[in-house]
Design a protein. Structure first.
Length: 203
């Protein structure tokens, strides 16, 4: 959840700037007639600006809808086999995003990051304690090898792929492991081994 919180923090300046640009228009539409202070209009414009630019992002040709829908949930099972889940990468690397005018990109940045934070939090909360406990065991299994492992080799006795998939999805979601395009092999990501080794020695 720390990454979701970080995204929300990074989104805040963009949202506040959007509200700063929007609030004068809201103010002159009526509140000033009732002697409502501009600062209150500005505060109320924060959620309004988030929704408005979110809507603009979703209903214009410049929107990167494919890359900004939902966070990747990792791995799923289909027909007894493991498959990659489809979801947001959030990197804004599509051609439409690269061709987006700078001003438009800046205006949409805050709401887009906020949406990513919300989606990431919602996706992360879907992993139950059973998946997290099995994920810990999967990390131990991968620590025991110095290379990538076939997914089926991680299955415990009497365990089915549908039972393992949520745990691997959890590890993919939090970037502990990498997975091949065909979802046949998995491996420890980056500094995962370095981080985990001291924890296992102290366990």
């Amino acid at each position: 959840m720390r990454k979701a919180l970080l995204l929300a923090i990074l989104a805040l300046p963009g949202v506040l700037v959007d509200a700063l640009l929007l609030s004068p228009f809201v103010f002159v539409m009526g509140p000033f007639q009732y002697h409502i202070p501009w600062r209150w209009v500005y505060v109320c414009s924060v959620p309004l600006a988030t929704w408005l630019f979110w809507w603009i992002d979703s209903h214009t040709a410049e929107s990167d809808l494919q890359g900004d829908a939902t966070w990747a949930t990792g791995l799923t099972t289909a027909g007894g086999h493991l498959a990659l889940g489809v979801g947001m990468r959030g990197d804004m690397t599509s051609d439409s995003a690269r061709d987006m005018p700078i001003l438009t990109g800046l205006l949409l940045m805050g709401p887009r990051l906020m949406r990513q934070a919300i989606n990431r939090f919602r996706t992360g909360s879907k992993f139950g304690s059973r998946a997290r406990k099995r994920a810990e065991l999967a990390l131990r299994q991968l620590m025991a090898v110095d290379h990538s492992s076939n997914v089926e080799a991680l299955l415990e006795k009497q365990e089915q792929m549908k039972d393992l998939a949520p745990a691997l999805g959890y590890l993919v979601f939090y970037d502990w492991i990498g997975v091949s395009k065909e979802a046949e092999r998995v491996w420890l990501n980056g500094e995962t081994r370095t981080i985990i080794q001291p924890l296992l020695r102290n366990a």
